[in-house]
Every structure is written in structure tokens, then in C-alpha cells.
Design a protein around this ligand. Structure first.
Ligand SMILES: NC(=O)c1ccc[n+]([C@@H]2O[C@H](COP(=O)([O-])OP(=O)(O)OC[C@H]3O[C@@H](n4cnc5c(N)ncnc54)[C@H](O)[C@@H]3O)[C@@H](O)[C@H]2O)c1
Length: 337
């Protein structure tokens, strides 16, 4: 039976990398049908709404979406569309894998880390955010719940078990943020105790950043709260050659949205300079989510071989190819099997 997914092209480089990614998915013969829906600036122009109801309805119906990056308009009271989508669909686990690719400017050759970031609470909810009447004081409440901490930690341990990984690192700042980070750590410890087959370690976030830069091979799966996870996962992307190679899955009980970690890159939009690999690697996460593991593996291997051969790759990887030529080179390898 074919599976329909919602596709949001996004803006900036979004349409270019989405077109390239869908061509590669076609070559993989995944049996996917696409329902194209709009969000962000194109939706604002057409429907007067950054997230129109038909788009939300499509995601509710299909339960899986592949999404290009969306520019958040500055000012005018707009919230981040990405944060809103995560809240609306309760996409509580943001799963960001990074793997060193030979042939890139990666700082290390043997990094293979998955960051699982809590996606629906913490500092990014900016609860009760306000600036005082005299303009001198800004405040914003950070809320951590037992439920949010429990489900994201359980997701990380289940992921580790399912994918044969050995260790989960609980990253926190409970020594200073004793209430909020303390609650996350307490709950995460309780979950970890249910997984005696997976090694668990605890690490303070600042020490984690230093160790990631100096000795990243010691990490396997990291689970942490929203703000720490956002920063750590970009740091990890830097270890393996940059944002052009960093995918992310937003997982909830009722829906999942797959996307590149990078944004809409307005500085290179429309010039076919964008590396499509982050969205392609997110597509591989989506295929695994849809239980098409063989195709997910084929896609990842084709990307890896293309980068290693420096075959028509984009300038961010030191190549002189463009978005479409890069996709063509990946398609040729996918077709060779
Ligand atoms: N998930 C999302 O939709 C998402 C994520 C992050 C930022 N954004 C939005 O994107 C807009 C631009 O953000 P930004 O400029 O801070 O970050 P960005 O990730 O768009 O760009 C940062 C730098 O990385 C480069 N880059 C990014 N993706 C690339 C790719 N695939 N290939 C080659 N180079 C690439 C860009 O050219 C730029 O120099 C903002 O409006 C921001 O809110 C959206």
C-alpha cells in the first residue's frame, strides 16, 4: 500500500533542496505519494496565515511530513513557525544524528552521535515572557515537567536499544538550575534504571561541550532539555562538516515531521548552491520511521559514497557542483544499488 506524506517546500533554499530530495526518493522507488501544502512566507502571501488550516489538516491526516526550512519573519509579532508546529503536534522528541563523512571538512573521522532534544517545553516556550514598564528588565519563565522529561528520556533509551547503541548521556545543569534541570535529571535517572542493558552517564552541559570538542568519540546517544539540545546538536553538526549534513526528526505520538537542521539560507537562495544532503538525511530518517530501513540505508550509503568521491558536490563541501548535479550523482549510486 502506498503511503501519502505531507510535503512543505519551505522558502529560501527550501524549494531547491526539496525538489532534489524528491527526485532521489523517486529513484529509490519508495511508493510514496505527496500532498504538497504550504507554510511560512508562501502561505502568508496566499492564505494570509503562516500555518493555514489545510496544512495542519494534511499533517493530521498523513501523520508524516517532510519539511523544507521556513523563514520566521522578523518582528510583526510572529512566533517561530517551527516552534509552533512542534507545539501543535506535540512533537516532543527532536532527534538529530550526526555521522562523520569521509571527504568533508569534518573535524573528526569517527563521530557518530545522536542528540535527542526535548522539543516542547523548557526555555523555548518563553512562558510569561515580558519586559518591565521601564524597559530595563526582561523575564521569561522556564517550565520543565515530569511528563516531558520522562517521555523524551524514554524515547532516547528505546532508540538506543532499537539501534544497538551502547550508552546514553543525560546532559543537564542540575548543579545550578536545581529545580528545573534537577527535575529533568531526577526523572531521567528513573527512566535509565529501567534500561540496565544500556550504559547511562550524567554530564553537566558546559563540560559536555568541552568534551564534545576534544573527544567526541566517547558519545553515543545524548538526551537533554530543549535549549541545551539545540546548542549541542549544532555543535555536533560542526564536528562533522557543518549544517549541510545535519538532519532532524520531530517525533510525537500522532505525527512526525522530518527536516534539515539548517534554515532557509537567504544568502544563497535561488542560486542552486544549497547542499541537499541534510534534507536527504532527514528523508532517510523518515524512511526508517516508515519501516523502510533498507531504503534508508541505501540512501545513506549513496550520500556517503558521493561525498567521498567528491562527485558533483556543492561548494560548502569544497565541490564545484550545484544542488541538482549533487542529487544526480546520488541518484546514479542509488540506481546502481
Ligand atoms: N527548521 C527551520 O525551518 C529553520 C531552522 C533554522 C533557521 N530557520 C530560519 O532560517 C532563516 C535563516 O537563518 P540563518 O541564516 O540564521 O541560518 P541558516 O541555517 O539558514 O544559514 C546559516 C549559514 O549556513 C549556510 N547554509 C545553510 N544551509 C545550507 C545548505 N543546505 N547548503 C549550503 N549552505 C547552507 C547558509 O548559506 C548560511 O551561510 C531564519 O529566518 C531562521 O529563523 C529555519
Amino acid at each position: 500500500m502506498s503511503q501519502t506524506i505531507s510535503v512543505i517546500n519551505g522558502d529560501g533554499i527550501g524549494p531547491e533542496i526539496m525538489e532534489a530530495s524528491l527526485r532521489v526518493l523517486e529513484a529509490l522507488d519508495c511508493g510514496l505519494d505527496y500532498e504538497f501544502v504550504e507554510a511560512g512566507l508562501p502561505a502568508l502571501d496566499k492564505h494570509g496565515d503562516l500555518l493555514p488550516e489545510p496544512t495542519l489538516e494534511s499533517i493530521r491526516r498523513n501523520c508524516v511530513a517532510l519539511k523544507g526550512p521556513l523563514t520566521t519573519p522578523i518582528g510583526m509579532g510572529f512566533r517561530s513557525i517551527n516552534v509552533t508546529l512542534r507545539e501543535m503536534f506535540d512533537l516532543y522528541a527532536n532527534v538529530r544524528p550526526v555521522v562523520s563523512m569521509p571527504g568533508t571538512r569534518a573535524r573528526y573521522e569517527d563521530v557518530d552521535i545522536i542528540t535527542v532534544r526535548e522539543n516542547t517545553e523548557g526555555a523555548y516556550l518563553a512562558a510569561d515572557a515580558k519586559v518591565s514598564a521601564d524597559g530595563n528588565t526582561a523575564e521569561s519563565k522556564m517550565v520543565i515537567t515530569k511528563k516531558g522529561s520522562e517521555r523524551v528520556t524514554r524515547y532516547a533509551f528505546e532508540l538506543a536499544r532499537r539501534t544497538g547503541r551502547k550508552k546514553v548521556t543525560l546532559v543537564h545543569k542540575a548543579n545550578i538550575l536545581k529545580t528545573v534541570s534537577g527535575m529533568f535529571l531526577d526523572v531521567a535517572r528513573g527512566v535509565a534504571a529501567e534500561y540496565p542493558d544500556i550504559q547511562c552517564e550524567e554530564m553537566i552541559v558546559d563540560a559536555t561541550c568541552m568534551k564534545l570538542v576534544m573527544d567526541p568519540q566517547q558519545f553515543d546517544v545524548i538526551v537533554t532539555t530543549n535549549l541545551f539540545g539545540d546548542i549541542i546538536s549544532d555543535l555536533c553538526a560542526g564536528l562533522v562538516g557543518g549544517l549541510g549534513l545535519a538532519p532532524g526528526a520531530n517525533i510525537g505520538e500522532a505525527a512526525a515531521i522530518f527536516e534539515a537542521v539548517h534554515g532557509s539560507a537567504p544568502d544563497i537562495a535561488g542560486r542552486k548552491l544549497a547542499n541537499p544532503c541534510a534534507l536527504l538525511l532527514a528523508s532517510a530518517q523518515m524512511l526508517a520511521h516508515l519501516e523502510m530501513n533498507d531504503r534508508a540505508q541505501s540512501l545513506k550509503s549513496a550520500i556517503r559514497e558521493t561525498i567521498l568521491a567528491a562527485d558533483r558536490t556543492t561548494p560548502d563541501l569544497g565541490g564545484s557542483g550545484h544542488t541538482d548535479s549533487f542529487a544526480d550523482a546520488i541518484i546514479e549510486r542509488v540506481q546502481k544499488g
